[in-house]
Design a protein around this ligand. Structure first.
Ligand SMILES: Nc1ncnc2c1ncn2[C@@H]1O[C@H](COP(=O)(O)OP(=O)(O)OP(=O)(O)O)[C@@H](O)[C@H]1O
Length: 265
């Protein structure tokens, strides 16, 4: 569904390299997770797939087509085939739950009101919120809002669904429900799901394959079972949530002594 081949990327020529020689495969029908330390470039990968930015070298292929070489019309078309659930899945606060889910359908299709209603109710039913259709975003909980955002992301039946931190800020019950929904919707829609997340436990419960990113490249990859058995210090640091290990905590910068005007010898 998506292939990332030898991708090098920096936000600007003079800025630091975010991705270096990155290779990834997102196979049809799978739920694939992208994990890694803060600022390692996970969201950047979603932006390259969405065509918001282009790689300096290498290819990002969506259904075999190079995203970086698409015309704007082709890119628009490709984006319609990608559902995106952003961090905190912001809803339009002045639109009802129903209208939030109807929004992409109104934007991108000429469906009759009757057909549109059936589709919206089907999507809301899939996330267990058909009964909440008339509520406003301010009247529903954070976990429910995330599910409405999910219904909106799948409104156009996209073959690729991308989730940026879908579990952020959720209580443990909503977190489990959301994770299960991501898996079930992927299976029901025959879609491919790409999940950027920090939540190891929930992710390992639903993912087919996991990539760990470090220093702009793949630090480790495998099925949740393979990674759980791994003794690689990098993988262990993640799985055991350890503050000490190969993953740096500090953003790259001058050495401390230099910033504080201290002698280093
Ligand atoms: N628009 C931008 N312009 C310049 N630099 C950026 C831009 N967006 C992100 N960056 C930088 O690129 C790096 C990767 O950012 P990105 O958002 O992809 O990380 P992430 O892995 O998703 O992080 P987190 O888990 O903390 O959300 C960071 O160092 C960030 O400062």
């Amino acid at each position: 569904m998506v292939s990332i081949r030898d991708v090098n990327f920096a936000y600007a020529p003079e800025e630091r390299q975010i991705l270096s020689g990155l290779n990834m495969e997102f196979k049809r029908g799978q739920v694939v997770a992208v994990m890694g330390g803060s600022g390692c470039g996970k969201t950047t990968i979603l932006r390259l797939i969405g065509g918001q930015y282009s790689a300096q070298s290498g290819q990002v292929l969506f259904e075999g087509q190079d995203i970086g070489k698409m015309t704007s019309a082709q890119l628009m078309n490709a984006r319609r085939r990608m559902g995106m659930l952003f961090q905190f899945g912001a809803l339009f606060t002045d639109l009802s739950v129903y209208e939030n889910v109807a929004f992409p359908l109104r934007e991108h299709t000429d469906l009759t009101e009757e057909l549109l209603r059936s589709l919206v109710l089907m999507k809301l039913n899939a996330v267990g919120l058909r009964g909440a259709r008339d509520l406003m975003p301010a009247q529903i909980s954070g976990g429910m809002a995330r599910r409405v955002a999910l219904a909106r992301a799948i409104a156009l039946d996209p073959p690729l669904i991308m989730y940026d931190e879908p579990f952020a800020g959720l209580d443990p019950i909503s977190l489990g429900i959301t994770a299960r929904l991501i898996r079930d919707l992927n299976n029901a829609l025959g879609a491919t799901s790409l999940l950027v997340t920090h939540d190891v436990e929930e992710t390992f419960a639903i993912a087919d394959y996991v990539y760990f990113i470090a220093n702009g490249r793949i630090g480790a990859e495998g099925t949740p079972e393979e990674l759980s058995r791994s003794t690689d210090p990098f993988v262990r640091q993640f799985l055991d949530a350890s503050p000490d290990g190969p993953v740096p905590f500090n953003y790259p910068g001058p050495i401390l002594a230099q910033d504080f005007g201290l002698r280093t010898s």
